[in-house]
Each structure stands twice: as structure tokens, then as C-alpha cells.
Design a protein around this ligand. Structure first.
Ligand code: FAD
Length: 321
């Protein structure tokens, strides 16, 4: 075992994801505390190495089977890197790739896994993770005792800037691709882009967003009126989209879009981690939820526990005055 912390870099369309930098920043902090190095495993085209200036060590593996993410390909590649590097801790995103890989790695690499991690610190030699449980209503502090561990970390948990800052010196290691990559049973067939033609909520400076608290499609008219009065598009949490009340292009969150408006108004949204992932970077968050303990209030700058069916018409009246 080493004192190093290894991050799996994620990329799409030749661009490293923001979350990779967030993980790398935390990896540098923990590795410094343990006297180790911050390492990045980078699978796919080796020219992406130039985007990872912040790592002390980049382990690059370039193989046609790793051009696109598949669980089978990345699992094979990562296990071979872990056997070679033996880091103290592995950091993955708590998103599609990390959730997919984390549990499999935990079994195959024989290491404890902390998922939905919102905070992470070193206590002596031990990583201590704060994890969201039950959609963020309860937090659990977890010690990853032993020689190695894995964390899947929520998007936005740590700033990206530290991961983007160049390392004092950098070593680039070219890892040999394991033979198993020639025999994969899984490959990416195609990427299905969301339908276009609707408003782009990621461009909006102001968003009025609605959740299951709206109760029915007919009631959407109420929040649409507020959105129109403010000149803002209407966005929503996943249940509203899954019910077919608004198009998929309006969904905020993990399996929807990440938005960063100047102001985000949330009505009847509980604040599940998958929703927060898409909107917690908004400059100003104002939430209305009848449940005072709803997790949305943990990220909101202003909040109201009024019934949205009272508050929204009152706001519309005020704006029209
Ligand atoms: C892999 C995965 C991906 C996911 N991706 C997404 C995603 O992209 N986006 C997303 O949003 N979710 C996503 N989810 C779902 C997520 O876990 C939650 O289920 C969802 O966000 C809950 O939506 P909600 O807050 O609208 O509903 P609920 O959790 O049911 O909350 C409704 C809230 O409305 C409040 N309320 C009820 N009536 C009123 C009223 N009259 N006035 C005011 N408040 C009221 C309630 O107190 C409650 O807090 C994903 C889940 C998984 C597993």
C-alpha cells in the first residue's frame, strides 16, 4: 500500500469533466496530509494528459476499447492500474461512471466503499467521509479503516480550482493495456442526445423550478404564470418529467441538466442529492417547501415553509402590482 490518492478522470467529447478537477483538488489535500501523491488514472486518448496539469502522477492507458466508457472496459483497466499503484484511497464521481464502477471495484479490489460522499477529511491515517443517506435527510460519518478504500463523491462537494492548479512537478506513466481489453463483451452502441427545439435551461439567468409538490399537471399553470411574470423558463425535478408534464429538456439534476443561473426558485422540491447535483451552484437559491426539514433548505439562501399554492399566487399578484 502507498499513501497516494488516485482519481479516475472522466471525459466526454475530449473534455475532462468538472468533477474530475473537484476530486483531484481533494486528492491533493489528502495526499499532502499523508505524505503521498495525487494520482490520476486517465483512460482513452493520451493527448488528454495536457488537461491534468494538477496531478503529481498521471497514469495514462490508451486503448481503442477505452475510447468510450463501458463498465467492463474501465473496470478491467482500473483493476490493473490499482494492482500496480496500490493507492490508499480511490476517488470516483458519484455519477453514472462512479456509481457504476464503485460497487464492482469494492468487491473485486476488496476495499470498503463510501458512496454519496459530501465531505472527506483525513483523521491521522484514516479517511473519514460524510455520506448522504435517505436522499440527504440523514448524514452518516464513515471511517474507511484498513489499507485501502473507495469513495464516490457528489458533484460540487469540493471546489475545482485546487485540482486545476498545476502540480510543482509531474510524472506521466504509460500503463500497459491488459490483454482482457481485447475480449470485452460490452461496447458503446450509440449516444442518444436529448431532443432539441425546446428552451435551453442551462443558459437561463433565472429559473422557476417545480417538483412533485405541484401534485398534478393542471396545477403547472400556476407556476407557469409566475415564470411568465418573471420572464423565466420553467424547469423541474425528475418526477415532473417522468410524469410527462414537461419535456425532458427541462429536467434539472443528475440525469437531467446542470444549471448555474443567477437565481433558482424551487417550489415543492425536496432536494434529493440527484436534484441538488444539478442546481447547487446557482448563485442564489430560494426554496418553498411545507416540510421545514426538507434537504433543499440545506442549500437554499432563503426559504419559505408556506404552501406553494398560497405563496405562488401571492408572488404573481405582487409582481403584477
Ligand atoms: C440515478 C438517479 C438519477 C436521478 N436523477 C434525477 C434528476 O436528474 N433530477 C431530479 O430532480 N431527480 C433525480 N432523481 C430522483 C431523485 O432521487 C428524487 O426522487 C427527486 O429529485 C424527487 O423529486 P421532488 O423533490 O420533486 O419530489 P419529492 O421528493 O417527492 O418532494 C416533493 C416535496 O414537495 C413538498 N411539498 C408537497 N406539497 C407542497 C406544497 N403544497 N407546497 C410546498 N411544498 C410542498 C414536500 O414536502 C416534498 O419535500 C434521480 C434518481 C436516481 C436514482
Amino acid at each position: 500500500m502507498s499513501d497516494n490518492v488516485l482519481v479516475l478522470a472522466e471525459h466526454i467529447g475530449g473534455q475532462l469533466s468538472e468533477s474530475s478537477y473537484e476530486l483531484l483538488g481533494k486528492a491533493k489535500e489528502l495526499a499532502a496530509a499523508w505524505g503521498g501523491k495525487a494520482e490520476v488514472a486517465l483512460f482513452g486518448p493520451s493527448d488528454l494528459v495536457s488537461q491534468v496539469e494538477g496531478a503529481d502522477v498521471v497514469v495514462s492507458m490508451d486503448h481503442p476499447a477505452l475510447a468510450d466508457y463501458t463498465c467492463e472496459g474501465y473496470e478491467t483497466a482500473l483493476l490493473s492500474v490499482l494492482a500496480e499503484r496500490a493507492p490508499r484511497l480511490v476517488l470516483l464521481s458519484n455519477a453514472t461512471v462512479g456509481l457504476d464502477l464503485g460497487a464492482a471495484l469494492s468487491v473485486l479490489w476488496d476495499a470498503p466503499l463510501a458512496a454519496y460522499v459530501g465531505d472527506l477529511r483525513a483523521e491521522g491515517d484514516t479517511p473519514v467521509a460524510t455520506c448522504q443517506v435517505m436522499g440527504g435527510k440523514v448524514m452518516a460519518e464513515v471511517e474507511l479503516a484498513g489499507e485501502r478504500g473507495i469513495c464516490t463523491v457528489l458533484a460540487g462537494a469540493f471546489p475545482a480550482a485546487a485540482g486545476q492548479a498545476p502540480a510543482v512537478s509531474q510524472e506521466v506513466v504509460t500503463a500497459a493495456a491488459p490483454d482482457e481489453l481485447e475480449k470485452l463483451r460490452m461496447s458503446l452502441a450509440r449516444v442518444i442526445e436529448p431532443e432539441g427545439g425546446d428552451v435551453n435551461i442551462t443558459d437561463a439567468e433565472l429559473l422557476v423550478s417545480v417538483g412533485r409538490g405541484i401534485d398534478s399537471q393542471d396545477n403547472l399553470e400556476l407556476v407557469q404564470e409566475l415564470a411568465d411574470a418573471l420572464g423565466a423558463p420553467l424547469s423541474a425535478s425528475r418526477p415532473v418529467i417522468d410524469s410527462g408534464w414537461l419535456p425532458k429538456t427541462r429536467q434539472v439534476g443528475k440525469s437531467g441538466l446542470k444549471v448555474k443561473p443567477k437565481a433558482y426558485l424551487a417550489f415543492g422540491i425536496s432536494g434529493a442529492p440527484e436534484h441538488l447535483e444539478g442546481m447547487r451552484d446557482a448563485e442564489l437559491i430560494i426554496a418553498c417547501n411545507t416540510d421545514e426539514n426538507a434537504p433543499i433548505f440545506d442549500v437554499a439562501h432563503y426559504g419559505s415553509a408556506e404552501d406553494l399554492f398560497d405563496l405562488v399566487p401571492a408572488l404573481v399578484d405582487k409582481i403584477k402590482e
